[in-house]
Design a protein around this ligand. Structure first.
Ligand code: SF4
Length: 378
């Protein structure tokens, strides 16, 4: 009879080998346990031996505290048997599926591929070409059997794109997809005058963007809209909150392009204690190992070009050419960096024990090209 020190299959492990540290995450209750130095070495040994390793009586004495932590928290312990216990430890390999996927043509994949489309964003920017709205409407029609649940419309310049915005909104009234519209405060009143349906129809949610202290306070009394204040320091935040006291449908968004490092560090950076509080289902933990839950399934249209992320510079398709939604999604799955941009692929997160627990990489992090907005690894 031998003694085997084992971890249960619901104990997920991440390592920081250079610091001799590892984290055991219990996916059943989201509890997290840090181990260092010689305990890290033992967990590494368990991990490298398919979740169970043979131990001696002297190991039992030496690792008493580690073993009681395993047993006391019900994620592992000692098992006595002649044979090594078989533990179906967690392993997931979406890349293998993706490799297989790349060998088949998009045309052969039925409507299943459409299930990967979750969100579509359309930008009307001041200096951009007039959008080919007929092509966008065709894409949304083609998405009828997809999982598309959300459309975002960002209007930086209503006067430049008035006609196309009106055609699109008129179509979306019948498309039955929840549509979130963001519009600058300077264009809001002419927009709402032309398209009051965006306030009265539940399919639409309207957000008015306010930045640089530039707003008329009468907007604070406006009903059925959310006010979104872009700010980059505490002074701006205090100013806006004093103007909207009592109003609940307000969002405050940090403008990463203007905010200074001290403000970000104080208000946004994650601390180790914040991460300890994060609750994750097994499904989301596994998803964090393979794809970006923030960005997966999102297509962005800017300047008549389709991208697979807000900050992506690699075009997936051009509205100047014939378009095929299945081909666009197929190309996004095969070529997109954003949909599969996970912390395990970026520095310094890849060597951090929290890489599968931290929230997925956001557009802001991509824009800043800084992935550790935290006080853990800096
Ligand atoms: S953001 Fe990256 S470096 Fe910071 S705690 Fe999360 S995984 Fe670690």
């Amino acid at each position: 009879m031998y003694k085997w020190l084992y971890l249960d299959p619901y104990a997920e492990i991440t390592f920081n080998h250079s610091r001799k540290r590892c984290l055991v995450f219990n996916v059943l209750d989201s509890k997290k346990y840090l181990f260092e130095d010689k305990e890290y070495e033992m967990i590494k040994r368990i991990f490298e031996n398919d979740y169970s390793t043979k131990i001696t009586d002297s190991d039992v004495k030496e690792y008493k505290s580690l073993i009681s932590r395993f047993e006391g928290n019900f994620f592992g312990g000692i098992y006595s048997s002649i044979d090594k216990p078989l533990i179906l430890y967690p392993i997931i390999n979406i890349q293998r599926n993706l490799r297989k996927f790349k060998t088949i043509s998009s045309r052969d994949q039925g409507t299943d591929i459409l299930e990967n489309l979750l969100e579509l964003s359309i930008h009307f920017k001041e200096n951009n070409s007039i959008l080919k709205i007929d092509k966008i409407i065709q894409l949304i029609r083609d998405a009828e059997n997809s999982s598309l649940k959300k459309i975002n419309i960002y209007i930086d310049s209503y006067s430049t794109h008035k006609k196309e915005v009106e055609i699109l909104i008129s179509f979306l009234k019948t498309a039955k997809i929840k549509t979130y519209i963001e519009i600058n405060i300077k264009d809001y009143y002419s927009f709402i005058n032309d398209l009051p349906v965006t306030k009265s129809n539940e399919l639409f949610a309207l957000r008015v963007i306010i930045a640089d202290y530039d707003f008329n306070e009468k907007i604070v009394g406006e009903k059925n809209v959310t006010l979104k204040f872009k700010m980059s320091n505490e002074e701006e935040y205090n100013y806006y909150t004093s103007k909207v006291s009592g109003r609940i449908d307000c969002d405050f968004e940090i403008d990463f392009t203007k905010a200074d490092a001290a403000f970000l560090r104080e208000n946004l950076f994650l601390n180790e204690e914040d991460i300890q509080e994060i609750k994750l289902t097994k499904q989301n933990y596994d998803a964090n190992k393979t794809l970006n839950r923030n960005l997966f399934g999102k297509l962005v249209i800017k300047n008549n070009t389709v991208y697979s992320g807000e900050n992506s510079s690699n075009a997936i398709a051009s509205l100047d050419n014939d378009i095929n939604l299945k081909q666009i999604i197929f190309d996004s799955l095969c070529r997109s960096n954003d949909w599969f941009l996970i912390r395990n692929n970026v520095k310094p997160c890849k060597s951090c024990v929290y890489k599968n627990i931290c929230p997925p990489i956001s557009e802001n992090e991509i824009q800043l090209k800084k992935y550790n907005l935290c006080n853990v690894l800096n």
